[in-house]
Design a protein around this ligand. Structure first.
Ligand code: SF4
Length: 474
């Protein structure tokens, strides 16, 4: 079993996060929360795939109210895994949801206030804002206490409050201070059923912020369980590798108690990736340190496999499937192992040996790991949110089109985001952003600023290309 450093335990329905309990795998639906049938069906698929806890967005009061129907239908079908409500901007929705689901996720950057472009805060203004946060959290704590509901304080680098950015910049330190401020307020309200997360689409920032928070909590004498994930990872192999680096590095070091891999794909695809990352971290924890930190890895399974495969076509087919599975796991394991070293400053000298991978595959894998770790840029960096009930267009197919059309812009980050509410903030460090805003229309952004709005979807890629050809922001 994977070792995760012990923390204060947090009960979430029939699970416990932290304490000495195993790492919990979770995911999130991307259906419309008001579409009960579709949301229940997606939750079922997730639980069937091995997901242990499912998050559902509650952007408004109607969605928050509908969580009860969703939960009842799941229970009638025998699905008793905990549900989590995702709240942004609307404390009233949290109050409704907290009496229904087992956990609430709030974002300190937008639970109480929207950012308004303010860059300076006097001490009195800062104190007044902290006071207002405490006032807004107090009723939520009462409902959570009454119903045994846990809370995740989900800090996101892309949506920090401007007050904290004015004090610390948009940095890992600001993320940590944001979490500690909310923890302090909850502790004053004598509420400790908290899970904390530090997310960013930049794996280094997420890693630094999480380790800094972990150290600060230990210094303060109380550690809360950590939810680990790399946000806006996108889809396909790159998303799997960046998730393996970010999540796996921390898990290998015993940091992390629940994880979510965010993919812009069917949510159930996230579960086997998360399971492989946990398995890889567990495997690495058991290795002697010198072996774990070696710069060369040998994968030789294929030699044995090919010899055995000579016995017949059927066996050949079975072994072929086994080889494919071995390769998938070997990619994740390599990304976790080397990504962890890269995040600690090792920047070259990596080598893959053996015959499991062809020479081209070895080169590709090494390039992909360097790219995901942000150390080498040989192609466009894409970020994309996993989408959720707020998304009003087919983000998966748009992301595929954007990737196919603009593959070769090294040092450029292109974002495809699911909604105009959270998307602009969370892709703020991207050079260009594409957000479908519903009704077949698209908004385009440069460096976080809206530059074209309400473009018909069939013209959006041409407009994006025209912006790129201007070369600004790259
Ligand atoms: S940015 Fe994406 S995942 Fe985040 S709230 Fe909007 S649609 Fe949902």
């Amino acid at each position: 079993m994977i070792y995760a450093a012990a923390t204060h335990p947090v009960r979430v329905g029939n699970l416990v996060i932290g304490g000495n309990h195993p790492v919990v795998i979770q995911s999130m639906t991307n259906t419309d929360t008001l579409d009960t049938t579709a949301t229940v069906a997606q939750c079922q698929r997730l639980f069937d795939a091995g997901c242990q806890m499912v998050r559902i967005t509650a952007p408004g009061l109607k969605e928050a109210r509908n969580l009860e129907d969703i939960k009842n239908q799941l229970q009638q079908k025998g699905y008793t895994g905990p549900l989590v409500a995702d709240i942004h901007f609307l404390p009233e929705a949290a109050l409704i949801a907290a009496s229904v689901v087992e956990k609430i996720r709030i974002n300190p950057g937008n639970y109480c206030d929207r950012n308004r472009g303010k860059t300076e805060f006097s001490q009195a203004e800062q104190a007044a804002e902290r006071e207002r946060i405490a006032e807004r959290l107090s009723p939520l704590v009462e409902v959570c206490r009454q119903h045994g509901t846990a809370i995740r304080v989900g800090v996101n680098q892309g949506s920090l409050s401007e007050r904290l950015v004015s004090l610390y910049g948009n940095t890992p330190r600001a993320m940590v201070e944001s979490a500690l401020e909310f923890i302090g307020i909850f502790e004053k309200l004598r509420f400790d059923q908290l899970v904390i997360s530090m997310k960013s689409s930049r794996v280094q920032l997420m890693d630094q912020a999480t380790r800094m928070l972990w150290d600060r909590m230990r210094q303060n004498g109380k550690t809360y369980p950590l939810h680990i994930g790399v946000t806006e990872a996108g889809d396909g192999e790159d998303a799997r590798i960046i998730s393996a680096i970010g999540i796996g590095s921390l898990l290998t070091d015993g940091i992390g108690h629940t994880i979510r891999v965010s993919l812009t794909e069917a949510p159930e695809n996230e579960v086997p990736v998360a399971q492989s990352i946990v398995k890889a971290a567990e495997y690495l924890q058991q290795m002697p340190e010198t072996e774990r930190d070696a710069l060369a890895i040998r994968y030789d399974a294929q030699e044995k496999t090919l010899a055995e495969a000579k016995d017949g076509a059927e066996q050949d087919e079975t072994r072929g499937a086994d080889i494919a599975k071995e390769k998938v796991f070997a990619r994740i394991l390599t990304a976790v192992r080397w990504g962890r070293l890269m995040l600690r400053g090792q920047k070259e000298g990596f080598r893959i040996e053996g015959v499991l991978f062809s020479e081209d595959e070895k080169k590709q894998l090494i390039d992909d790991i360097f790219h995901a770790a942000g150390l080498r840029s040989h192609k466009t960096r894409f970020i994309a949110c996993p989408s959720c009930g707020r998304t009003k267009y087919d983000i998966q197919s748009v992301l595929a089109q954007v990737k196919a059309r603009f593959p070769d812009y090294p040092n450029l980050t292109l974002a495809v985001m699911g909604c105009i509410v959270n998307g602009p903030g969370e892709m703020a460090d991207a050079d260009y952003g594409y957000i479908g805003c519903g009704n077949g229309q698209v908004n385009l952004y440069r460096k976080g600023k809206l530059v074209k709005s309400h473009i018909p979807e069939d013209k959006a890629l041409d407009e994006l290309e025209a912006l790129l050809s201007l070369g600004e922001g790259s």
